[in-house]
Design a protein around this ligand. Structure first.
Ligand SMILES: Nc1ncnc2c1ncn2[C@@H]1O[C@H](COP(=O)(O)OP(=O)(O)O)[C@@H](O)[C@H]1O
Ligand SMILES: [Mg+2]
Length: 250
């Protein structure tokens, strides 16, 4: 890993839907190895910001660089893994197993029946990383919400991304499972060297896992290290407002 490598750089970015301004003059850098939490109230523009990073929304004003390249000419999209907001909530009868859901991403150009032994091994290795070993044959609808979310993370990992971007991944998951979930993300960050960008309301829970914080309210009202954040007015305000429990009420 290159020291201080800049993976995502956002410069003077503004964005609006129709006439409605949503993001204003954002400057944000994400470095290799970061575990960044993006915080902010509903409607703050968090999802919009990460969709722009992922090339899912066009840039209207400002610049975005991915791995040193202007986003317009960037081609290595496999370097970015994405778990969208509300990816889960499956019909219990949804007719696909864990293995099939992951295989869809892994072998998108192949038929499922042509899966080789080696490919199955890749899947079981990824399942082990997210703590779902041995669950290949279980229909996704029979898993708990927390486990379903892990399947989506497994799927986002199949192309070995360097950055994993998650949009409020623990909505609808109980506090204890959330804790395990964030521990797993920390393992990915530390052991596997994957940079994590996490949109969340759970500042009280992710607090000990992250190294950087960005607070969004249309503008980027705070961006800095986790240590500085803990001594900031923003942190006191958020804890005071009880932001860390908001996610349980969605
Ligand atoms: N496709 C869209 N068209 C118009 N307005 C949108 C669209 N998506 C989001 N918005 C609006 O943009 C603002 C920011 O939304 P979003 O990025 O989803 O915020 P957050 O993820 O922080 O809750 C909100 O006011 C939302 O209603
Ligand atoms: Mg959102």
């Amino acid at each position: 890993m290159i020291e201080n490598e800049e993976l995502i750089v956002i410069k003077e970015l503004s964005f609006y839907y129709d006439q409605k301004p949503v993001l204003l003059d954002i400057n944000l850098t994400i470095w290799a190895g970061d575990f960044l939490a993006i915080l902010g109230p509903n409607g703050a523009g968090k999802t919009t910001l990460i969709k722009i990073m992922l090339g899912l929304l066009p840039i209207k004003k400002g610049q975005v660089f991915l791995f040193g390249q202007p986003i317009k000419s960037f081609k290595n999209w496999h370097l970015l893994g994405y778990v969208p907001q509300t990816a889960t909530h499956f019909d219990p009868l949804f007719p696909a197993t864990v293995e099939e859901i992951i295989a869809m991403a892994l072998f998108s150009r192949k038929r499922l029946w042509s899966r080789t032994k080696e490919e199955r091994k890749t899947i079981s290795k990824i399942l082990e990383i997210v703590g779902l070993q041995g669950k290949e044959k279980i229909p996704i609808g029979q898993l708990s919400t927390g486990e379903q979310q892990k399947v989506f993370i497994a799927r986002a990992l199949v192309h070995k991304p360097r950055v994993l971007i998650l949009d409020e991944p623990t909505t609808g998951i109980d506090a204890e499972t959330q804790q395990q979930f964030y521990d797993m993300l920390q393992q990915l960050n530390i052991k596997n060297g994957i940079t994590i960008v996490l949109v969340t309301h759970d500042i009280g829970i992710v607090n000990r896992h992250i190294n950087r914080v960005a607070c969004l309210e249309g503008r980027l009202i705070y961006h800095g290290t986790h240590e500085d954040f803990c001594f900031s007015e923003f942190f006191k305000e958020m804890i005071g407002r009880g932001d860390h429990v908001i996610s349980h009420r969605h």
